[in-house]
Ligand binder design. Structure first.
Ligand code: KG4
Ligand code: ZN
Length: 373
């Protein structure tokens, strides 16, 4: 069975083709194309929904065409040899979602194929069920390669950490999953991005803070670990942003420095650079500590056999490493997607559709920006 999938929930336009047979424990990725309007949003320091939607319109057809023609399944985009079309129906930005959903419906009508609607968050989880070995399209690390041969054993705890979501989900099998906790305010990625903005770093802040943190001291500042000891599985990251703002102002007063900047050359600039690296390392450690503590607690309470991460923040090296260490201590198997499958892509959406194969006709599909689990 082959499925073409489409993802347009935010600022990435993605199309992918996967192949699998009933009973397969992982799917084969035949193509995975992503076009991003991130650089446009970097100029405004955040995503402007209308700009994102207009870019989706620009990219959607070329991206789908490339996803179909780079596989050797069919050179034809007029009647490709696929069995179904998967599409993200929510949550996300309505303008962006509509581009993918309406394109999927049109193709389903013309090609006479069924559609499988996919929840974007469930999609993130399924980045962990894609075969990554010998796939030049993916950036794999030794961890992913060694875990390729392993199957996810249930029950599994999944930490979804993205720009819009921080959720813990307990999976009993492919059919049964239960949301057990999530953020009460900012998502982890959102916290990284907002703190990046107040440190005057380029958008999105997450990967930039992670890079700067490599040269910083994670113990330089002791930022709060919000809700780390609470008895539930909820998170809160908005207080952390306020604490960093207070520290930035404090440091500027002590050192008579302007707000820390990256790349400045003078002595003042160098001090600012060191300060930014220390702030970055300390912030990253605070966020990771909370995510690791809560995920570990959930794994213990529910006696899971596997621990999975997904979402854009799952690309964070420190988070991956610390969760892997905790998993080993607990005796559970740890899974993390290839890094380029952590951020938004259609491969994960298409894989989710494979494991939740409920084909519908195009008339039954609508975008739902507020979709929950
Ligand atoms: O999953 P995603 O691509 O989009 C959403 O569905 O939100 O996640 C994007 C988020 C951004 O907040 C970005 O800053 C964060 O993922 N991110 C990272 C890293 N790479 C991306 N955060 C921390 N460390 C990283 N290496
Ligand atoms: Zn996402």
């Amino acid at each position: 069975m082959r499925i073409l999938g489409i993802e347009t929930s935010c600022d990435e336009t993605g199309a992918a083709v996967i192949e699998g047979e009933p009973g397969d424990t992982k799917v084969k990725l035949l193509s995975n194309v992503v076009a991003s309007s991130l650089s446009l949003h970097a100029k405004t320091g955040g995503i402007v929904p209308e700009v994102a939607a207009r870019e989706q319109v620009k990219y959607i057809i070329p991206v789908i065409e490339k996803a179909l023609t780079t596989t050797n399944i069919s050179q034809s985009t007029t009647n490709p040899s696929i069995d179904a079309i998967a599409v993200t129906v929510g949550p996300g930005l309505i303008g962006s979602l509509l581009v993918g959903v309406e394109t999927a419906k049109t193709l389903a009508y013309v090609w006479k194929k069924p559609i499988i609607p996919v929840n974007h968050l469930i999609g993130h989880i399924y980045a962990n069920w894609i075969l990554t070995t010998n796939n030049s399209q993916l950036t794999t690390t030794p961890l992913e390669i060694s875990n390729q041969k392993l199957e996810v054993a249930f029950p599994a705890i999944v930490l979804i950490v993205s720009g819009g979501h921080t959720d813990l989900v307990l999976m009993k099998n492919h059919k049964q999953h239960r949301w057990i906790g999530g953020t009460r305010d900012d998502a982890a990625g959102e916290a990284f991005d907002k703190i990046g903005r107040l440190l005057e770093l380029p958008y999105p802040g997450g990967p930039v803070i992670a890079k700067l943190a490599e040269k910083g001291n994670p113990k330089a500042f002791s930022f709060p670990r919000p809700m780390i000891d609470s008895s539930d599985f909820d998170f809160s990251f908005s207080g952390l942003k306020t604490a960093v703002l207070r520290e930035v102002k404090n440091q500027a007063t002590i050192n008579d420095l302007p707000a820390p900047r990256v790349g400045a050359e003078s002595e003042t600039g160098r001090q600012g650079h060191r300060l930014t690296a220390n702030l970055s390392a300390s912030v990253q450690q605070a966020i990771v500590d909370v995510l690791v503590a809560k995920t570990t607690k959930a794994a213990q309470k529910h006696k899971v056999k596997s621990m999975l991460i997904s979402g854009g923040v799952a690309a964070n090296e420190l988070l991956r490493h610390q969760l892997e260490v905790r998993s080993q201590e607990l005796g559970v198997i740890f899974f993390a997607p290839a890094k380029n499958l952590c951020t938004d892509n259609a491969a994960m959406i298409t894989t989710a559709a494979f494991f939740h194969y409920k084909p519908l006709s195009w008339q039954q599909i609508t975008a739902d920006p507020g979709l929950h689990f």
